[in-house]
Design a protein around this ligand. Structure first.
Ligand SMILES: Cc1cc2nc3c(=O)[nH]c(=O)nc-3n(C[C@H](O)[C@H](O)[C@H](O)COP(=O)(O)O)c2cc1C
Length: 322
């Protein structure tokens, strides 16, 4: 069992935060499939949280069945980050908080947050220290290896973060400059594992199949893995990976019909939470990923891409199932 600070997780398999994807509806859809130890919200800005903007409130929307949950904050102002962390603890009753030190997007790095903190270790440490002081729940940091190949800082940063009380490190084995290109560097994730003394390091990047998780754990000695895009394509990846890690065998793959039924469940959560209009827009984007594992004629994909009402969606699916 994986422990992050005082929080015990049922498995060592975590869902990566993915801005625009890992909302409440997605988390509620995949949790019942099993295997998932912890889910995280998409990155959220402390100012938005403290001002309770509609966008930020939507990102941190949660309900009783959505546990255990971590909220991911990004920013560059230690006091704002600490205030927002406390707000999350008091108003959202989440189990953990994460600080983003890996997002390479210009909108996030421009003011010095996200992956820009990899270029400013003193500020990164000050932020972590303030957030850890502000809350009682465990605080983790999700980082990349460094800004670019000239400056691989993850091990040193992880070591210093542990000293100020951070309870776990998630490390995506790429540099910020790489974004999602190239492949993850397992050796570098292994160096981060060696750099800390007692907190868990969770490896991340390119896990598409259960054996990828096994390889990452064996190669790096990481305590668990975080899965992002693999879960958008195949929400059963947590169940299958857990089975594979414990028994050496993965369960039989879901059938096309089971996958379409899961897509329907996701659609129902979206409509309930976001309303019909926005739910349909979100479904267009989710279906693009889910259909990657479903055999289907190209017209089906094209029509789902433009779906604009619940009736139209169900008609399409009925036609497909027939
Ligand atoms: C569409 C998208 C949005 C992302 N948003 C976030 C985010 O909000 N916070 C974060 O820490 N990482 C974010 N990431 C990075 C992922 O969490 C993860 O580190 C990366 O996708 C590598 O893992 P994977 O190969 O399993 O997808 C995002 C990635 C994608 C593809």
């Amino acid at each position: 069992m994986l422990g992050i600070g005082k929080v015990r997780l049922a498995t060592n398999l975590l869902l990566s935060p993915m801005s625009g994807y890992c909302d409440l509806a997605f988390r509620l859809t995949i949790r019942p499939l099993g295997g998932l130890g912890l889910a995280c919200t998409d990155l959220v800005n402390p100012r938005g949280l403290l001002e309770q903007t509609r966008k930020s409130m939507r990102i941190v929307e949660t309900e009783a069945g959505d546990r255990p949950l971590c909220i991911q904050l990004y920013g560059h102002e230690p006091n704002k980050m600490a205030d927002a962390a406390l707000w999350c603890q008091e108003h959202k009753n989440v189990g953990l908080l994460d600080i983003n030190m890996g997002c390479p997007a210009q909108k996030v790095c421009r003011r010095g947050g996200g992956a820009a903190l990899l270029n400013n270790i003193p500020l990164a440490i000050r932020i972590a220290e303030r957030v850890v002081e502000a809350v009682d729940i465990p605080v983790t940091v999700k980082m990349r290896l460094g800004w670019d190949d000239n400056e691989i800082v993850a091990s040193e940063l992880a070591r210093q973060l542990e000293e100020v009380g951070v309870a776990g490190i998630m490390v995506h084995g790429r540099t910020a400059e790489q974004k999602l290109s190239g492949t993850v560097r397992l050796d570098e994730i292994g160096r981060v594992v060696e750099a800390v003394s007692s907190i868990p390091v969770i490896g991340n990047g390119d896990i598409c199949l259960p054996m990828d998780a096994k390889k990452m754990i064996e190669h790096t000695g990481c305590a668990g893995v975080m899965i992002g895009r693999g879960a958008l394509r195949d929400p059963w990846i947590f169940r299958d990976t857990q089975a594979f890690l414990t028994t050496g065998k993965a369960p039989t793959l879901p059938t096309n019909t089971e996958r379409v039924e899961l897509m329907n469940q996701h659609f129902e959560h979206l409509i309930r939470i976001q309303g019909e209009r926005l739910g349909c827009l979100t479904m267009r984007q989710r279906a693009r990923w889910l259909l990657k594992k479903i055999d289907h004629p190209p017209e089906f994909r094209e029509r789902v891409r433009f779906v604009s009402s619940a009736a139209e969606y169900y008609e399409l699916v009925d036609e497909y199932l027939r």
